[in-house]
Design a protein around this ligand. Structure first.
Ligand code: UDP
Length: 240
């Protein structure tokens, strides 16, 4: 079921349901893509209708951040909970490993995808790492062809927004993969370059605070987030 939040059509879905849907997509074949919007994405979509169309055109729109869950409550349309992109990716790899599916890792600084590939292959036995490429390339067509040659079923596209969504929409079909997933900084996490918040912080909905403390340079990006909740309050008042 879809829930509209400030112009973005989210899937109101649990992590388990999202992985089930993704495995169905892989089995079905053909070109599909998934996005993992957080509050920052929704704010960008409010300013940029083309980006909103990219998000709403996805086969799966997963609520990545706690801000989205709060906005849903404020708007009187509560959703089941957040589905962090990095958790979705981990659970999906566990299922892909059982099927022997092929995964291509795209994005992050040179060397990061290699490091992630080594760790993921060790953790998810049976998962085939079909290939990888860093995220600082100049010719998207060449990268799409490289993915096609790899025979990947799934591509983790970790280029940050909106670059990753634009790549998936424009070049996704050319890759021959069944499912491309936009996953922001997930490769940095899988490579062990960036630590996720401890579970307790995650449970309290404070993962964003942990991330800010670890990467204080994100303060400029995060300072806009309270405005996101304010826009949810304004829409609620308008609609009430
Ligand atoms: N990145 C990339 N190519 C670019 C710009 C960014 O591969 O042209 C990578 C960057 O190295 C990082 C990820 O994209 O690994 C974006 O991380 P960010 O923290 O912005 O994503 P978030 O998880 O917040 O969505």
């Amino acid at each position: 079921m879809k829930t509209e939040l400030l112009g973005v059509m989210f899937d109101d879905i649990t992590l388990h349901e999202a992985v089930e849907a993704a495995m169905g997509i892989i089995a079905q074949g053909g070109f599909h893509y998934a996005v993992t919007p957080n509050a920052e994405f929704v704010q960008l979509a409010q300013r940029d209708p083309a980006f909103r169309t990219l998000l709403n055109g996805a086969d799966l729109v997963l609520p990545d951040g706690i801000g989205v869950v709060y906005a849903a409550k404020i708007l009187g349309r509560p959703i089941k909970g957040r589905v962090p992109g990095v958790d979705f990716a981990a659970s999906l790899m566990a299922e892909m490993a059982k099927q022997g599916n092929r995964l291509f890792l795209l994005g992050a600084k040179p060397g990061v995808a290699e490091k992630a590939a080594g760790r993921l292959a060790a953790e998810y036995r049976g998962l085939q790492i079909a290939g990888l490429n860093d995220g600082y390339f100049s010719d998207s067509g060449v990268v799409a062809d490289k993915i096609k040659d790899s025979g990947a079923d799934v591509v983790f596209v970790c280029l940050g927004a909106p670059k990753q969504e634009q790549f998936m929409k424009e070049y996704g079909a050319r890759t021959g993969a069944s499912l491309l997933v936009g996953l922001g900084g997930s490769l940095d996490v899988f490579a062990g370059e960036v630590q996720r918040a401890p579970q307790g912080w995650q449970n309290m909905g404070c993962e964003w605070l942990y991330r800010l403390l670890k990467q204080p340079s994100r303060i400029g990006r995060m300072a806009k987030l309270p405005l996101f909740l304010v826009s949810a309050v304004k829409e609620r008042i308008r609609g009430a």
